[in-house]
Design a protein around this ligand. Structure first.
Ligand code: HEM
Length: 208
């Protein structure tokens, strides 16, 4: 079961990370492997930072969920954790930058604008609280905040499904699309809260 978690997390990140790579290829002057977006003409620092930060955040984050690495290679876990916190803040910060200072994505509305501000802020806050808890050696709080931050970040992956199913069930209108994206974050944070509250293997053994 514990091996399936990292595999599932990588699978969830595949579509947004592939889209990001194709966008970077295009911005670097390569072929148009995805539809060009005139809002991102030139070399948009916010978007490039967002995509590069998200790739490192998603992939390094997966390794933080491998119990063996976390328990037996604590120095590695700490170093990777600092990279994780820095790139997570880059993802959240650039997401707020894109939301506030770029023209809205065509077909999206005010609801998504508000959700993005909330999620970007919540993700940054969770990372800061998680980092602070680690410094204070409060491991349960550290784990909880880092799981929440990762879940919010990976909303981009779950949105591939919620937008697909939402579009098929409710159409592709502005409100339906915004709610489908919000559903991706809602699902992830619900799963995160379940993971945080579920008894650990050690607790289960103690009560067996
Ligand atoms: C690790 C997680 C994430 C990944 C892999 C990811 C991936 C991407 C990619 C590939 C793009 C570029 C889309 C394009 O080129 O058209 C993008 C854009 C964007 N992302 Fe993320 N993202 C992540 C997390 C987030 C979070 C947490 C938020 C919100 C709080 C967010 C908000 C945005 C915004 C506002 C844009 C610009 C959308 C537009 O106006 O077209 N992202 N993201």
């Amino acid at each position: 079961m514990s091996r399936l978690v990292p595999v599932g997390l990588v699978a969830l990140s595949v579509v947004p990370l592939t889209a990001g790579t194709l966008r970077l290829v295009q911005l670097a002057g390569g072929p148009d492997l995805m539809p060009a977006d005139e809002r991102f003409a030139g070399f948009p620092v916010a978007l490039v930072a967002h995509i590069v930060g998200a790739a490192v955040y998603a992939l390094v984050g997966v390794l933080q969920f491998v119990p063996r690495l976390r328990r037996h290679h604590i120095t590695w876990h700490r170093r990777a954790g600092r990279i994780q916190a820095a790139t997570g803040l880059l993802v959240a910060g650039s997401a707020l930058w894109l939301t506030l200072f770029y023209p809205p994505q065509p077909g999206t509305g005010d609801l998504l604008f508000v959700f993005r501000l909330l999620v970007g802020t919540a993700m940054a806050a969770a990372l800061v609280l998680g980092f602070r808890a680690a410094r204070n050696r409060d491991i349960p709080a550290h784990r909880a905040w880092m799981v929440r931050a990762y879940a919010l970040g990976l909303g981009a992956g779950t949105q591939v499904f919620t937008e697909g199913f939402g579009g098929a069930a409710f159409g592709t209108g502005e409100v339906a699309g915004d709610l489908a994206k919000a559903a991706g974050w809602a699902i992830n944070i619900t799963v995160a809260e379940w993971v945080i509250r579920r008894p650990t293997l050690r607790t289960r053994r103690a009560f067996a």
